[in-house]
Design a protein around this ligand. Structure first.
Ligand code: NAI
Length: 328
């Protein structure tokens, strides 16, 4: 049996946490041979609710779960963490301006970045789920000077999975037949779900659907799926978000399949003309725990415009948090 690894999860008493923790404990994230110690962070008023979640985790009698730590102090919850899933965030409330939202989240992700920098394992892999995920990841990263910028990622995997599912349904295929689509950019309505390189059962996806459906129905359906879930369920997506977080970390830790890529929000190195440093959704492959952007994909004028629009939104978010002194 391997030595246990430490998995920190913030917002652990929330909706996503309630799905996520049990999937991690069951071995879905890091494999059935990898014991884990969960290190759960919550705000002080939620610690009582968190103690109930811990009781349920214990009652699950998960063989891979070798310990649970709870705290309202990031310096405790992130101590020696090998993986950190930053889920807890300040949701947008009615009447809140975007600047207020970014500043409230800065108050969360700046100290968390600082704490990760000080106490986490030097190889920690960080996934930010809490919205606005890409910019929250940037804030945490910029406040973690002792870690590498590339250790901070944001989740666009839920969008990726939604895009796979919608395409499979349209082409009457299985989700496992769909390969190599990409979510470019921000986890927001400006994201670009790109089918230009995607295949379904080995055939080019765009030969199977018409362009008008792709542009006018598919892209908005994927981009606005979160709102549709809220409308139907009366609460935002939680189990699917948790599942996507599991997929993201699983593939980052254990690698992507040969010949296939996934979408991850990662710091841009300037590939595809995306401004350096933005945390932007890219097509990536992973080997040995290291991700690499898939290079040299053709970019049509249609794609270019969409990729630039979502980059522009991320630049605006970055400029807003820069004005607040949260990033350089
Ligand atoms: P929730 O409100 O049910 O839970 C959030 C939890 O975070 C609460 O228990 C709260 O006490 C905790 N929290 C707040 N500030 C914290 C801090 N400083 N440290 C530790 N914990 C803190 O929300 P839910 O549904 O679990 O969603 C969490 C976040 O994930 C939201 O920001 C949501 O918008 C985002 N999200 C992102 C998705 C993505 O695809 N990137 C998809 C779905 C949700």
């Amino acid at each position: 049996m391997k030595e246990p690894v430490r998995v920190a999860v913030t917002g652990a008493a929330g909706q996503i946490g309630y799905s996520l923790l049990f999937r991690i404990a069951a071995g879905d994230m890091l494999g059935q041979d990898q014991p884990i110690i969960l290190q759960l962070l919550e705000v002080t008023p939620a610690l009582k609710a968190l103690s109930g979640v811990v009781m349920e985790l214990n009652d699950g009698a998960f063989p891979l779960l070798h310990g649970i730590v709870t705290s309202d102090d990031p310096m405790v919850a992130f101590k020696d963490a090998d993986y950190a899933l930053l889920v807890g965030a300040m949701p947008r409330k009615a009447g809140m301006e975007r600047g207020d939202l970014l500043s409230a989240n800065g108050g969360i992700f700046k100290p968390q970045g600082e704490a990760l920098s000080e106490v986490a394992s030097r190889g920690v892999k960080v996934l930010v789920v809490g919205n606005p995920a890409n910019t929250n990841a940037l804030i945490a990263q910029q406040n973690a000077p002792k870690l590498d910028a590339g250790q901070f990622t944001a989740m666009v995997r839920l969008d990726h999975n939604r895009a796979i599912s919608q395409l499979a349904a349209k082409t009457d295929s299985l989700v496992s037949d769909v390969k190599n689509l990409t979510i470019w950019g921000n986890h927001s309505s400006t994201q670009y779900p790109d089918l230009s390189q995607a295949t379904v059962g080995g055939k080019k996806a765009l030969d199977l659907v018409d362009q008008q459906w792709y542009e006018e129905e598919y892209i908005p359906t994927v981009a606005k799926r979160g709102a549709a879930i809220i409308e139907a369920r009366g609460a935002s997506s939680a189990a699917s978000a948790a599942s996507a977080a599991i997929d993201h970390m699983h593939d980052w830790a254990l690698g992507t399949k040969d010949g296939e890529w996934v979408s991850m929000g990662i710091p841009s190195d300037g590939s595809y003309g995306i401004p350096k440093g933005l945390i932007y959704g890219f097509p990536v492959t992973v080997k040995g725990g290291k991700y690499a952007i898939v290079q040299d994909l053709p970019v049509s004028d249609f794609s270019r415009a969409k990729m630039d629009a979502t980059a522009k939104e991320l630049e605006e978010e970055r400029d807003a948090v820069r004005d607040l002194g949260l990033v350089k």
